[in-house]
Design a protein around this ligand. Structure first.
Ligand SMILES: Nc1ncnc2c1ncn2[C@@H]1O[C@H](COP(=O)(O)OP(=O)(O)O)[C@@H](O)[C@H]1O
Ligand SMILES: [Mg+2]
Length: 262
């Protein structure tokens, strides 16, 4: 196992994955430097979710290696990766709907500290201060005492972010974090994640089909097309790429343009 210093917080090398007769990923590389906000884009069926699931340990790649925070992590289970500092949110995070907003964050903090949550004893007071601090960060402090079930969709996403942050991740991985949101809500939501990640020095990898969201926050973009990396670079380079414009059906990939590739 390699533990040599690497300039990357996350590095995928030669990831391939086949589903029956379909080559969903073919020799995909990706490098994420500390502090990056890295978007994975591409038309529907390009392999974004498959790649994402390989990164987070939900899916075993046929070939390739994944290195995280200086060590090889391919083959590790999702919970092991979480413990190493790879935080996932959205579509996966468990919110306990019968608990209050604060209790949800306390549970996550307890889990991270490997304690057993017992909300019905004096120990229920544990992690209150830290929990409130996290809720403050995501703009939910005023809702701390509310039952999670009663939160609006956008606020539930904020809670999921607070829960993910409870494990003190070095890297956040978000698969379509703005799915199911109204266009207006999407930008505010990703900007909150971006702001909090910057404040805490957390890197981020996210898949996204809304180009307005991508260009609002991404510092670097990997474009997948038919399971391969079509382009990688800074937003302005990717936007200017003729190849990228072609795969988006000839539409210019312009800032402010939503919904391309979906
Ligand atoms: N579990 C699976 N079994 C078979 N085919 C799959 C599976 N998951 C994804 N695929 C196929 O792999 C390709 C890539 O899918 P996916 O990674 O979900 O793309 P994206 O997220 O970019 O839309 C698609 O053709 C999809 O139908
Ligand atoms: Mg997908």
């Amino acid at each position: 196992m390699s533990t040599t210093a690497s300039p990357f917080v996350l590095e995928a090398r030669g990831i391939s994955k086949r589903f029956g007769g379909l080559q969903a990923l073919q020799n995909v590389d990706m490098q994420v430097k500390p502090g990056e906000f890295h978007a994975i884009i591409g038309p529907n069926g390009a392999g974004k979710s498959t790649f994402f699931n390989a990164l987070t340990g939900l899916l075993k790649a046929d070939e390739g290696e994944i290195h995280f925070d200086g060590r090889k992590v391919s083959g590790l289970a999702p919970h092991q990766l979480t413990r190493l500092g790879m935080g996932r949110t959205f579509q996966i995070t468990r919110v306990f709907h019968g608990m209050t907003v604060l209790e949800n964050v306390q549970v996550a903090l307890s889990a991270h500290a490997r304690q057993t949550w017992n909300g019905w004893t004096a120990a229920g007071g544990q992690h209150v201060a830290r929990g409130l601090e996290l809720l403050e960060r995501v703009g939910l402090a005023a809702q701390a005492g509310r039952t999670a079930r009663t939160l609006a969709h956008g606020d539930k996403k904020r809670l999921e972010l607070a829960i993910a942050l409870a494990s003190q991740p070095k890297l956040l991985l978000l698969d379509e974090p703005t799915a199911g949101m109204a266009a207006k809500e999407r930008l505010a939501s990703i900007q909150l994640v971006h702001q909090v990640a910057q404040q805490l020095g957390v890197s981020c990898v996210f898949t996204e089909h809304d180009m307005a969201v991508v260009f609002a926050v991404a510092s670097r973009i990997t474009v997948l097309h038919q399971g391969k990396v079509l382009a990688v670079g800074q937003p302005q380079e990717v936007r200017a790429s003729a190849l990228v414009q072609q795969v988006y059906l000839g539409e210019p990939v312009a800032a402010g343009q939503a919904g391309a590739g979906h």
